[in-house]
Each structure stands twice: as C-alpha cells, then as structure tokens.
Design a protein around this ligand. Structure first.
Ligand code: MTE
Ligand code: HPA
Ligand code: MOS
Length: 766
C-alpha cells in the first residue's frame, strides 16, 4: 500500500496533500486555545443552572422556588412565562417546548433556570426547586411505543421488488431480532452558551455549536426579534460528534431568555451529569428481520423492521432514521427488499445526531445478518460478504435507485485481507481456540460504504470569505465550525494553494453568523467538501483580480500569471506575493472576495426516498481480532488493520487521526458504552463512573491504518473524500469479531445484542 507520508510539515508550498499539524495543536496542548468558558467574563455576568424534571411523564402544575430563591447569591428563577417570543423551539417539527410547560416528557427535561452570582450556587439552588407534577405512565421502550403507535413522525416504508415472494422462493431463511443501545457523545467540552446583551435589543452569543446559524435562528425566534439582531460566534468546540448539531441551541435559547429578562450577560455551562440527563444521544434501535439466501450465501429477499427510539420529540430523528434506511444495504446488493422504519416516541431525552447519523444503525444490521448466514452455512463470513457486494456493471443500483458508480470494495477488501493475513490468521485462531479452553479468539473483516451529502438536499451549500491584507497575510472565514476534526487546517491549506502562498500566511477565523450567513451545520462529514470549495472559489476570485493586475503590468494574458511558492510569476517578471498585494492595493484592486458552493448532481424524492441523495460514497474496511474470557465475559481488541478511502488526502495525518478516532468511538459504542434507564425512565449511567468510553488501555496494541491511493472520481475539492463519519462504522468489525469468538466458544452469537458488555458476552455464551 502507498504508505502516506506522515512526516509533519510546518510550512511549505503546496500546502495541501501533506501532513501538517492541526492549526490549533500547539495552542491546545499549551492550554492557550480559547474555549467559551475561557473567555474573560463581562462585569455583571450571572451564571445559570437548569432545573430538571424528576418525573418522566406527567402534568406540570407549577414550581415551588422558595427554598432555591432563599439561598444567598441566587438572583432569579425563569421559566416558560418569561419567554418573549414563541414558547415552542424553532426546531423543524415544532414539537419541543423551550421550557417544559403543560406536561413533562422525560427525566431531565428543563423547566427553567436558576440564575446566581456563581455557577455552583446556581446548581445547588436548582436542585432545591420543587416540581408539582401529576404523574402519568411513561412510555419507555420502542416496543411499547410501537404497540401504542406512539411516533414522533409517521412511519416510512421503502420497497424494491417483492421481498415476500423472494423469501418464499429462497432455499434458506433466517429470522432474527436485535437490540442496539444508544451512545453518549461525551465531547470533552460540555455544552455551553454565553449570551451578552448589546445595544438596542441586539445580542452576541458565544455558543459551542456545530450550527451557529441555527442557534441564531432559534434565539431570535424565542426572543421574538429578527435574525439580524443576533450574532453567534464559535471559534472551536472541544468535540461535537453530532451532539452540538441541534442540542447546543437549547442552551443558547435558555441563556438568552434569562439575559433578556434580567438585562445582563448570562453564562450557562452544563456539568457532566446534567449534560447526560438533558441532552439527546445516539438513537437506540430495535430490529426484526426475515432474510432469504441460497447455498452460496447470496441474499434473496429481506424484510426489515427498524424501530428507532427517538425520545420525546422529533429533533433530527427524521433524517437519522432515513439515513438508517439508506445504509441498510451497506455494501451489498439487496434485490428484493422491504424496509419499515418507525420513529418511536418515548419519554426519554430526544435523541439526535451522532457520528454516522443513523448510518451505523443501518450498517450493523446487514453485517449481523451476513455473519449469521455464514455461520448457518458453515462458511467464512468474509466469503459471504464478498459474494453479496454490489457489482460493477450490473447489480449496482441501491434500493433507493442510486447507481453505485465507483465501487472499489472488492479490490479494497481483497487487498486488506491479504495485507492483514486474514486467511492465515483465521486458521491460526481456530488452532488457538482448539487448545485454549477459556480464552477464545474471534476475527472479522467488515466494509463500509457511506453516502456523502446531507440527506436534506438544501443543506448542501456553503459560503466563505477570503481577505488579503496589505502585508500579504490572508484571513479565511467560512460557514463551517471547528470541533477538532481539522476543518480549519484543511480549508487554510486549500486557500494557501489557491493563492500560491505558504500555509502560515493564512489564518482561519472563528465561525460567525455576521460573516457568512445561513450556513448549514458542520455535519454529514461534508465540512471540507462544502466550505473548502467555497473558500477555494473565494480565493480564486482574489487570485484572478491579482492576475489581471499583473498581466496588465507585464503585458501578458491573465492566464499566463502563476502563483507559486509565495511568488507571482510571468514570463517577464517574478515578484514577491507581498509586493504584488501592496501594488494591487495602491492601484485600487479588490483584495477580498466571497465564494459560494453547492453540491451538484444530488436530488431525491422525500416521499418515496428514491433518487440520488449522495454525491458520492466513501469506502473502507477493517479487520479486527478479539479475545473473550468465557468465564467472565470480558473482552479485548487485540489487532486492528484498516484500509480506508479518503480520496486524495488533503492532510494524511489528520485523516488518519479521524479514522483512528472514529474506529475507537465505534468500538466504544458496541462494547463498553452502555446507557441504562431504570423502570421509571431515569438514566442511571450519567457520569464517567458508570458510563465507560474507551480509554488509552483499550486501544489495540496493533492498530494499523492505510489509505486507499485513488482520488475521488467525482469532482470534489482536491480530489478528496469526506472522512469524519465513515470509519465509525469500521468499529462494527469488533462486534462481528466478538460474535465470531462467541460462536467459536460454542455460544449463540445470534443472541448477542449491543453493546457487547461483559454481561452481554456471558449471556450469549449461554
Ligand atoms: N472529530 C473530532 N475530533 N471531533 C468531533 O466532534 N465530529 C465528527 C467528525 N469528526 C468530530 C470529529 C462528526 S459527527 C462529523 S459529521 C464530522 O467530523 C464533521 O466535520 P467535517 O464535516 O469537517 O468532517
Ligand atoms: N447528516 C448530518 N446532519 C444532517 C443530515 C445528515 O445527513 N441531514 C440533516 N442534518
Ligand atoms: Mo455529524 S453526526 O453529521 O455531526
């Protein structure tokens, strides 16, 4: 494989295509990178704490705030009555109250805020507020919700061919159920907003958000004022992972209502337990399927029911459940298929975007099915997976009618099987297991094919501003947000190359709704595709202005002017970039520009779900080797080999970091990260003491990531492909390897639900 050059480069041209440090890396390790809680507080700032419902479902009659307000340092309690605008959040389904009123719908729902001189006092007082609630029965599981037809949005059915007839014809059939847990985002920086009143009912909002434009929209809607009176800024997040796509907006709205009532700046930072209790998570799913197949393991007929636990409101559950439908094929051709998707309403947190956005919940079920088919036929699961891959000339149209045009999975998986020694290791593992009575090993190779574009087509647009200052330094600002994924580093490299200047000439500045308006969320892995292209177009416009100017000086065509290595070159003259910029300014040439991009080719019908929702697919595959202890159920991931497609990488070090991080996060979802709600709907695992994300000791000792060497065949910025989410689904290889180990121990892998905690592994060992 083409080993990527991981030597980190500090400054050079061209800037893209080489590994370089994250633009904030040094400041971050030095503690000098500013997060919202680091911003010096303005005099008079009050601190807010949420008042959370102790009951999952009930009629809300009122609050007794006397004990809370009696605490020294407490200034006020605010609730729904204090909202000047709409008491319903401006979320697209209009089904979420800003503060609970009328009914309460989950334990943790925010009914109001306590404002105090300091955060600890506010939190202490918030816990003294008494709720007067007439308790009603909660709906807590998707099965109860489905039986009651309790949905946040109507069911969606997608069909191709005749699944029932194919199942009748199939030589073999399997039927199964599967339950999969949710996942807490566990961003290191918790949710936070800091709202400052400006003059004349205008507002400045610092929000740790993936979607500043939506925060602006929600705040202005709640305050009953125009969007233009609210500015939202986010320099960076300490992680978002989808958890700050919508959920950040709630905090900003709450803080703004308090700031409006009390006429002072208000900061609201959730502590970790409150963040767990209040904010939505990855959607837990339950499945029921019937699948047909022949002696070779080829699928014929799939009937799949997916129940998504959406929590109490729609939030992003519609597009999340849609993406689960779009990814239920993963890499495989489903000829006769019927998928039934139910968006179940329960009295829990409102589940939301999380890396993969429903894709993982689609991919895992078909991977599970293929693993079980292989075991039913006594075949290697890899062979059954290869057997079912999309074809190149035929069998290449998805169940939603999009043609898979650049399917590289057959060569990619074959290559990975070879370089990882998959076949030999399968034999070695069988030999090991034959002589090891207690520890059993398992192995699995699983692929991913992930559709890139927002499934809501309108979001696939972006804008950027490039400013060149008279000393030749450059600022770029775009509608995307930085959450650690390296977006600003990639965009700055793209702009540097467009202008032919060294990387350190270009500074990325904070996302700000007053610079680029109406920006989409930074999500769907498309941050660089969208904002990188918009910034490239903006820089190109500035370059063209300069090229025309220099062409006039030298009497050459503008096309003959090159921008390279910090120089501007014609056949006649070579000038320093700084000199050209200075001279252009003196000649009144525009040194800044905007850029706009919208993704081409995409379209689909929202009612039938048919069309081309995605511009292209990102691919990858992983081999995981695990060991389980059959006495305790404990497991360990021993070896991981990944071959992943990022097109032509803009920054291999960052892309490999994304692949490693996504894999480990996917592994955590399927192994140790367990959310437990008790019979009353109380989330019992609301702190790191009970909720276990992977730690450094869980990283496999052998962890090798290679990049597929081909460029994106679609015209995407620098030939790259999106990387943020797709490798999350490679963590599914760990789950399939654990099921393999359970099978080799004589257990029942088809019984195993996710996450595969020690208890779950023991249970499936029987
Ligand atoms: N990487 C880091 N370090 N932190 C994050 O919060 N979020 C992920 C992914 N990688 C995330 C991350 C998610 S859910 C998405 S959609 C993408 O980054 C968003 O950024 P991008 O579109 O610029 O890749
Ligand atoms: N991914 C992430 N966020 C989204 C999407 C998506 O596909 N669609 C709407 N919001
Ligand atoms: Mo990512 S779940 O699209 O923010």
């Amino acid at each position: 494989m083409n080993a990527p050059d991981l030597k980190l480069v500090v400054n050079n041209t061209p800037a893209a295509g080489v590994s370089r440090f994250h633009e904030s890396a040094r400041a971050q390790v030095a503690g000098a990178a500013t997060y919202i809680d680091d911003i010096p507080e303005v005099r008079g700032t009050l601190h807010a704490a949420p008042v959370c419902s102790p009951v999952a479902h009930g009629k809300l009659k009122g609050f007794d705030t006397s004990a809370a307000l009696a605490l020294p340092g407490v200034r006020a309690f605010i609730s729904a009555a204090d909202i000047p605008g709409d008491t319903t959040l401006a979320a697209f389904a209009h089904d979420e109250p800003v503060f609970a009123h009328g009914t309460v719908q989950f334990i943790g729902q925010v009914g109001g805020l306590i404002l105090a001189d300091d955060a600890m006092t506010a939190r202490r007082a918030a816990r003294l507020v008494k709720w007067d609630i007439e308790v009603l029965d909660p709906v807590l599981t998707v099965h109860e919700a489905h039986a009651l037809e309790s949905y946040v949005l109507p069911p969606v059915h997608v069909k191709r061919g005749d699944a029932a007839a194919a199942l009748r014809r199939a030589p073999h059939t399997l039927e199964g159920t599967f339950e999969i847990g949710g996942q807490e985002h566990f961003y290191l920086e918790g949710q936070i907003a800091y709202v400052l009143p400006l003059e004349q009912n205008q507002w400045w909002v610092y929000s740790s958000t993936q979607h500043p434009g939506e925060v602006q929209h929600w705040v202005s809607h709640a305050l009953g004022i125009a969007n233009h009176a609210v500015t939202v800024e986010c320099r960076r997040m300490g992680g978002g992972f989808g958890g700050k796509e919508t959920q950040a907006g709630h905090l900003a709205v709450w803080a703004a209502i308090a700031a409006n009532k009390l006429r002072c700046p208000v900061k609201l930072r959730l502590d970790r337990d409150d963040d767990f209790m209040i904010t939505g998570k990855r959607h837990p799913f339950a499945y029921h399927y019937r699948v047909g197949f022949d002696d070779t393991g080829l699928l014929s007929g799939l009937d799949l029911e997916m129940l998504a636990n959406c929590g109490f409101s729609a939030d992003l559950s519609g597009p999340v459940a849609d993406r689960a439908i779009f990814h239920a094929d993963n890499a495989y051709f489903l000829e006769d298929v019927a998928i039934h998707s139910f968006r179940c309403k329960t009295n829990t947190q409102s589940h939301t975007a999380f890396r993969g956005f429903g894709g993982p919940q689609g991919v895992i079920v078909i991977e599970r099915i293929l693993g079980d088919i292989a075991r039913a036929l006594g075949k290697d699961p890899l062979d059954v997976r290869l057997r079912n891959l999309y074809g190149i000339e035929d069998r290449n149209v998805t169940h939603y009618q999009m043609t898979v045009e650049d399917n590289i999975l057959e060569p990619l998986m074959t290559q990975l099987a070879l370089t990882s020694g998959y076949r030999e290791r399968r034999e070695q593992i069988e030999a090991f297991n034959a002589q090891s009575p207690i520890i059993k090993k398992g192995l699995a190779l699983t692929p991913v094919k992930f559709g890139i574009s927002f499934t809501a087509t309108l979001f696939n647009q972006a804008g950027a501003l490039v400013h060149v200052y008279t000393d030749g330094s450059v600022q770029v600002n775009h509608g995307g947000t930085e959450m650690g994924q390296g977006l600003n580093t990639k965009v700055a490299a793209i702009v540097a190359d467009e202008l032919g200047v060294p990387f350190d000439k270009v500074l990325s500045t904070a996302s700000d709704t007053s610079k680029v308006p109406n920006a989409s969320a930074t999500a769907a892995s498309s941050g660089t595709d969208l904002n990188g292209r918009a910034a490239q177009f903006a820089a190109r416009q500035v370059r063209q202005n300069l090229a025309a100017f220099v062409a006039g000086l030298d009497g050459v065509g503008a096309g003959a002017v090159r921008f390279e290595g910090g120089q501007v070159i014609t056949d006649k003259t070579t000038r320093r970039w700084e000199d050209v910029v200075g001279a252009a300014y003196a000649n009144r040439i525009q040194l800044w520009s905007d850029g706009f991009y919208r993704t081409p080719k995409i379209h689909y019908d929202k009612t039938t779900m048919l069309g081309r929702p995605f511009y292209y697919f990102s691919y990858g595959a992983a081999v995981s080797e695990v060991a389980i202890d059959t006495l305790t159920g404990e497991s360990r991931v021993l070896k991981v080999d990944i071959l992943h497609d990022v097109g032509r990488s803009i920054n291999p070090a960052i892309d490999i970091g994304q692949i490693e991080g996504a894999f480990v996060q996917g592994m955590g979802w399927l192994t140790t990260e367990q959310l437990v709600w008790n019979g009353k709907g109380y989330l019992q695992t609301h702190a790191p003491s009970t909720y276990k994300i992977p730690a450094t000791g869980d990283i496999p000792a052998h962890f090798k990531v290679d990049l597929w060497p081909e460029a994106n065949r679609e015209d995407n910025v620098h030939g790259s492909k999106a990387v943020g989410e797709p490798p999350f689904m490679l963590g599914i290889s760990v789950f399939e390897a654990l099921r393999d180990a359970v099978a080799q121990a004589g257990g029942q892998p088809a019984m195993m639900n996710a996450p595969a905690t020690a208890e779950e592994v023991l249970r499936s060992l029987g």
